[in-house]
Each structure stands twice: as C-alpha cells, then as structure tokens.
Ligand binder design. Structure first.
Ligand code: ANZ
Length: 816
C-alpha cells in the first residue's frame, strides 16, 4: 500500500528547519569550490506571487540545487525591484503611502517566495527602495555626471499623457503606445537627464560575440542599436540673399550609407528641425517655408510613430554644389528627413532610394541612374527603373565600372568625406516626473547651474511631504522639506532637482549589490567582484531583450570605464523562458478569468508538485508558451506519492537490469538538467519508478534515486531522507555519478549487412564474440537464407555496432 504524505505539514517543517540551519546561506567565498552565480530577475513587489513568478524562480531552482550538489558554491540571490508606478498609483487610489504599500507587499511576497522551497541566498538580499541601496544608485549617477556620461540635454522626448511622465524609447511599443498604459505617446521637446549609452554603441554590439546567449536576443540588440556604416559628405551652399545676415554654416553635412551614388544626387533635403535651427540662426526664410517647418514639427509631435508615407516639401531657393561633379542642385525642406537621425540632412538620389524617388516624381525633380545591377548591364542604356541594391557604377566619371563596395570608399575619399557610422540607438532619458523613484541627486545654484550632491549627503532621501497626484509637474516640486534641505546644505537660492529616475536604472546594477549588500564604504568591494563576477547564468523573461539587458550591459561598461568594476560584460549566459498560459490557452488575465493562483495550488497539491509540474511542461529556455493543465498537475502529484511509497519495494537483491536503469537515469537526468530540459529529466525519473515498483530495488538504489530527485522535489526528498534515518540534509549530498561500465545494455540490436546492404538485425550483448554473432545470424531465416551454402570471404564485426558479411557477388542469391 502506498503511504500518503501531508505536503502542508512537511513543507512547513522543512521551511523552518532550513531557515534554522541556514543551509542555503552563501556566507564567505570558499575557494576550494568552483563558484556559480545564478541570477533570476528580481521581482516587482506587486503584492501577490503569480504563476509566472513560480515559473521564473522555482524551475531555475532545479538547476541551482544541482549545481550545489555537484560541489559548487552557489550564489542564488533574490530581492525586490520596488520603485515604480504601480506603487504610486495604488497610493493615489487607496490613499496610502507608497513606501508603506511597498513594504507590506515585500513582506507578503517574502512569505510566498519561502513557500517555494527555493535554495535562495537570503543572506544576500536587497531592495531598490532601501536607502542603503539607492545611495549607491545616486552615487553612480554623480560619478557619471562628473564624467560626462550623465548630462542635462535638450531632447525630443516621449511623453505619455496617461502616466503623465516622460518614458524611454525602449518603453514605447511598436504601435507608438506606452507599454504601461497603452496611451498614445506624444513627442515633446524638453530638457532631460540623459545617460550617454550611445557612447558605448560599438562595444554593445561587438561584445555580444563573446556571450553565450541565444542568437535571437543578440540579433534583437544589434537591430535595436542599429549601426549603419556610411559617409559624411559636405556640400557647399551657394550664395543666397536670404542667408546673408545669418550664422548658418556655408556647408551642409549629409550622412549617407550610399556614397557610391553621389553622381546620382539631384537635390539635397534637410529636416524641418534643421530648417527651424537655420531660421533661429538668422535665415530669412519665406513665410511658406517658416509655416511648413513649424507645421511639420508640430505634426510630428502628434503623429509620431504612425508611418507618415506622404511626401511633402518646399524648395528653399538655396542651392548647393555636388562635390563630385560640381553640379548646382537645389536644397529642399522635406517631411521625411528626421531631425535626430544622422546629420538631419540627406543627399537625395531618386534613382536608388524609394523615398527620394517618390518625392522627385511628385515634384518633377531629375532622376539619374548611377548604379547598374550587373556588369553586363553596363552597356545598356540607363533605365528609369529604381534599383536600391548595390551593383556596378555608371554615369560616374572615373568610377564607372567599379563595384558599389569599392566606390563607396573611393568616392568618399575623392570629395574629402569621412567614412563613419550612425546608430539608431538614442541616449537614454532617465528623468521621470513621478514620485516613487530615486531622487536625481542634483541641485541648482541660484544661477541655475547643475551641481551633483556630494557623497557625504547621500542617500539624498526621497521626501515624504509630497502630494503625488500626477499633474505633469514633478511631485517633488511640492516638497517643502526638500527645498529646505537644499537651502540648508547648499545655501540660499539653491534649488533641488525634482525628477526621479527611471526604474530601469535601479535594475541596471542590482547583481553587483547582491554580492556585498551590507557594504557601507563601497557599492561593491573589489574582492566580492573577483569572487563572484561575472554572472554564470541569467534566467529571465523575453520582454527584457532590448531594455533591461541592454541598459545593464551599458551600466557595467560605464562602470568599467570609470574603473569601478573589472568585467565589461555582466552576464555570460542567458536563458529566456516562455509564458505560462491559462488553462484556456490564453495569456492569464483577471478579465479573462483564467488566472491560476499558485498559493491555492500549493495548498492543494504541494510546492514540489507545482514546481515539478511547471518543469514538466516542456523544455525551459525555448521561449515557448505552455497552457496550464489541471489533469497534468494531478498526475505529478500521484507520481510523488508513488515515490513516497517506494520504501515498500525495497528488496535485498535487485536485478542487474535495475542497476543499469539507475545509472542510465543518472546519466540522462544530469545531461538534461545541464541543458535545461527538466521535462525529459522528469520523464526519466518516472520510467525508473515504473520499473522498480514492479521488480523492486535495493536500499542503496533508493537513496541514490532520492538524491537524483532532490533538485526537483526538495521538500519530499528531504522528508524521505530523514525518515530513512540518513545523516545531514539530502541537499548537502553529492549528486549521484553514473558508472559508464554499468550503462551498457545487456543485449542490444545491431544491423547486419551483406555486401554493404542492410539486410536485417540480430540482438546480442556488446561483449559477445564474432562467433556468437554468426550463431545468431544462423538463427534468423531471413539472413540465413541469403548466405547459406555460400563462401563468406570476410566478416567485419564491430561489437555493439555492426556486422558486415562480404560474400562472392556472383554466387550471392540476393538480387534486390
Ligand atoms: C543617399 C542614399 C542613396 C541613401 C541611396 C540611401 C540609398 P539606414 O540604412 O536606415 O541607416 N538618411 C540619412 N539621414 C537621414 C535622416 N535624418 N532622415 C531620414 N533619412 C536619412 O538609412 C541611411 C540612409 O537614410 C542614408 O543614405 C540617407 O539616404 C537616409 F540609394 O543617402 B541615403
């Protein structure tokens, strides 16, 4: 009869016991062991653990426990990413202080996290709202400020009218809406606190090569950074009365990815923003141009991300000279050139660029082909067909016949241009006009000059006397305490910065603080970094491909530039998981009523079952989404009950077959855990249980099996271990190793070839001799008939693999 176990009672008991013994504490680095720093993305303390958290934390715990059992010292910390809008919104709605709300949630979530039974390194925990944490967030900001990595810039920003704050480019969804509230984003020109991520663009691309990350994440980062190489070329402006009293440069610098098409340029085009700059610099533009530029800039503010395919423009009346052939061409202001890309001005080549082609067709501007697709087409007459690819040059004087690739450099050189790169990536705007975040540690002198708050005044505390109703004005502007504090420390007339930081700043460096969260002197000691960095494995969600993962890589590189850290990349290996869908196959959401509550499931079937069920759904790290299946979870529960009852099947002498199966199971489980295929590892464990329930197993094999199962079902295995009166915790045991000599099957099937053609198979043990193999062949009519009475010239026998018989072809009675 299977014994039953009371999971609720077992789990509570071992939670207490593990806490008491401190078994999962990391403590000091033990150099006799290899280290493994395994990171999971720290959660936002929304108040309730959902099944996604379980998938994110409980399943990686299998890997972590395995690492511990193979003898590594493991760092597996967890903390809270606790600043951000939800707390502030809850505060507004329920009229509670965001800190109180957040701290209450953290307490509750800690309890829930404990119920998972994970081997978390709780001695290393931290939280972004802890002043001891954000003191360092602020200090790094001041270091960045001193070293020109943080700056106050005037920029076009994304304004979310729903959240009443600026958000970063990365937080704008592809359809131009806010990722948080789905409101349509507006563009605003505003002074902004920026981080110079663009300075690191090349390293952010190039260093991807050294990372063991899924290729699609690397590719997404490359695309996000969007490096394109090309040339900057200067065009001289012709004298024009409207420019006479202005300070406009007498040249226009354009950026092009196609300098090979320079002979095909039939006009220049500048952005409305550049036109505006010229007007401010004294250009006497016509009313028409002034109105056009103003209107287009405004249009961009409203309809920013929607594709504006219409081509509009005005001829400025100004001309420029093509530096390649000396031709005079006109300069236009057009809607399709962007102010913040490249130089804000382009050389237009209608024959080879779609947008220029449309524009030239509409306004009757020349279209001149200068690149042919192939060499043979060189002799054919230039057609008006638009060819956007590379090819061979025509109509380009001494460059005729050259390939585009060669011509790019040659032509750039001839006209004194410069080969250069441009990037899609923009600097990271981090100022938020909201309350619940890290105050930007900047104060302004009475003259309005920004100064950083010196280290001795950090943490620069978030004031409490604030009305956080979002009005578009930063709530900190209403704090009397902050104003007073600033004047007391810095003097009369000094004012504080009132913006707070984007929460992505907080999560850009948390992995460093975990290592040394109690350090008052430094954000992380050199020793702690040497001990633990870089992170060996980072488990996380697919939504962070271009935000968090890019920001934190930048952060690490910025710290490295300032000599504060040793590694230029934080995460050696990355594994992205998928989503757990509702039982109906849809994304879980309250409105669909398909949310699975992990607390209830844990109460019903136990934490081990929930964890194993999640691990059993499919391979981890393939970003596939799996629907929750109630039948499946009941099956897992039954499996664990059978494991609990295995002691009833213990016998004195187990068969050789059981030993072989055990070692095969060890081999499979080991390999599968290392490849995050927890699902097939569990299948192998199930196969073993099926077998030994029928034929019995020795006590020793049972112990080995319990160790093998320990990473998957930490509570139950610990309970069985103690009931078997074994010493210490099962989680302090060495993970079983398999004996290769025991794995070889007693008998296996090998193919039999006759003159190289597969004709059948025989079953025998690998150690069997050639003679024994031939005896087996004689017993199989289908094979025996083909060779009977014939002269076998040669026998090629590879034990455990193949038997090949060479017989005289003519005599052979095989015709097919
Ligand atoms: C001449 C040319 C000829 C171009 C040709 C393309 C094809 P990617 O590759 O996406 O980076 N460009 C440059 N600055 C621009 C701006 N501020 N707003 C809009 N377009 C701009 O695009 C680079 C190309 O986009 C550049 O190369 C330029 O047009 C245009 F057959 O120059 B090209």
């Amino acid at each position: 009869m299977h014994k039953r176990f009371d999971h609720n009672q077992i789990e509570k008991k071992w939670q207490k016991e593990w806490l008491k013994s401190g078994i999962y504490k990391v403590g000091k680095r033990d150099d006799s062991k290899e280290k493994a720093y395994v990171l999971v993305e720290w959660p936002y303390p929304s108040g309730n653990l959902h099944i996604g958290h379980w998938y994110a934390f409980a399943v990686p715990d299998i890997y972590v426990r395995y690492q511990r059992m193979i003898g590594k010292q493991v760092m597996f910390p967890i903390g809270f990413d606790a600043f951000g809008l939800p707390a502030e919104n809850a505060a507004i709605k329920h009229n509670v202080n965001p800190r109180k709300w957040t701290e209450g949630n953290i307490d509750h979530m800690k309890k829930q996290l404990n119920s998972m039974g994970n081997a978390f390194s709780w001695d290393k925990t931290t939280s972004s709202v802890d002043p001891d944490y954000y003191k360092w967030t602020q200090w790094m900001f001041t270091e960045f400020f001193k070293n020109d990595i943080a700056y106050r810039g005037e920029g076009i920003v994304n304004w979310c009218p729903g959240c009443n704050t600026v958000i970063a480019n990365e937080q704008v969804q592809a359809n131009g809406t806010c990722e948080r509230c789905d409101n349509e984003i507006e563009k605003k020109k505003m002074p902004q606190w920026m981080l110079k991520i663009t300075d690191f663009a090349d390293d952010l691309i190039d260093d991807l090569n050294q990372l063991d990350w899924p290729e699609h994440i690397k590719e997404a980062q490359r695309n996000w950074i969007g490096r394109s190489s090309g040339a900057e070329i200067d065009f001289k402006l012709g004298a024009n009365p409207s420019l006479q009293n202005s300070t406009v440069n007498c040249t226009i610098l354009v950026f092009t990815t196609r300098p090979d098409t320079l002979y095909g340029v039939t006009f220049l085009a500048i952005s409305p923003e550049k036109a505006q700059d010229w007007i401010e610099a004294g250009w006497q533009a016509s009313d028409e141009i002034q109105e056009f530029a103003a209107k287009e800039i405004e249009l961009r503010a409203i309809k920013t991300f929607k594709e504006d395919t219409d081509k509009r423009g005005v001829d400025t009346g100004i001309t420029a000279t093509n530096p390649a052939n000396g031709e005079e061409i006109s300069v236009w202001v057009v809607n399709y050139v962007l102010g913040d890309v490249g130089t804000g001005a382009i050389m237009a080549v209608p024959a080879h660029d779609e947008r220029d082609f449309e524009f030239a067709s509409k306004f009757g501007i020349d279209i001149r082909q200068v690149v042919n697709e192939t060499e043979s087409a060189l002799r054919s007459t230039a057609s008006q067909k638009i060819h956007t690819g590379a090819g061979v040059l025509i109509n380009s004087q001494e460059f005729n016949g050259m390939s585009s690739e060669e011509a790019k450099e040659a032509i750039t050189k001839k006209v004194g241009g410069k080969m250069t790169n441009t990037y899609r990536l923009r600097d990271w705007s981090i100022g938020r006009q909201r309350y619940w975040g890290v105050p930007i540690p900047i104060v302004y002198s009475p003259e309005g000059v920004a100064h950083h708050v010196p280290k001795k005044h950090l943490p620069w505390l978030l004031p409490n006397d604030v009305d956080f109703t979002p009005t578009g004005v930063a709530p900190l502007a209403k704090s009397e305490e902050l104003k007073k504090r600033t004047e007391e420390i810095f003097g009369k007339g000094w004012t504080p910065e009132v913006e707070t930081m984007d929460t992505f700043v907080d999560s850009s460096w948390y992995y460093l603080r975990y290592l040394d969260s109690q350090n008052d002197e430094d954000l992380v000691s050199q020793q702690a970094q040497k001990d633990w960095m870089p992170i060996d494995l980072y488990f996380g969600g697919a939504e962070h491909t271009t935000m968090h993962l890019l920001y934190s890589r930048f952060w690490q590189k910025a710290l490295k530039r300032l000599g504060l850290v040793n590694d230029s990349e934080p995460y050696k290996k990355r594994v992205n998981r998928g989503l757990i869908l509702g039982p109906d196959g849809n994304k879980m959401s309250k409105s669909k009523g398909n949310v699975v509550d992990p607390d209830k499931q844990v109460e019903l079937v136990g934490a081990d079952t929930v964890k194993m069920y999640l691990a059993f759904m499919g391979p981890y790290g393939e970003a596939v989404n799996y629907p929750w299946d109630l039948g499946g979870i009941a099956g897992l529960k039954r499996f664990l009950e059978r494991v609990y009852g295995l002691r009833d099947h213990v016998i004195e002498e187990e068969t050789k077959e059981v030993i072989t199966l055990l070692h095969k199971t060890i081999k499979k489980v080991t390999k599968d855990i290392e490849n995050f295929k927890f699902n097939t590892a569990i299948s192998a464990l199930m196969i073993f249980v099926n077998k030994v329930e029928k034929v019995g197993l020795s006590k020793r094999s049972l112990e080995t099996f319990i160790k093998l199962l320990a990473p998957f079902a930490p509570y139950l295995t610990e309970e069985i271990w103690s009931e078997l009166a074994l010493k210490k915790s099962v989680h302090s045991q060495e993970f079983p190793k398999f004996d290769p000599s025991l794995i070889i099957d007693l008998e296996i099937e090998i193919g039999v070839q006759i003159n190289g053609k597969m004709r059948g198979s025989i079953t025998l043990a690998p150690e069997d001799s050639e003679e024994e193999a031939m005896k087996k062949v004689a017993l199989i009519p289908q094979l025996n008939d083909r060779i009977i009475g014939l002269d076998i010239k040669k026998i090629i026998y590879v034990p455990g693999r193949i038997l090949n018989l060479i017989i005289n072809e003519k005599e052979s009675n095989s015709s097919s």
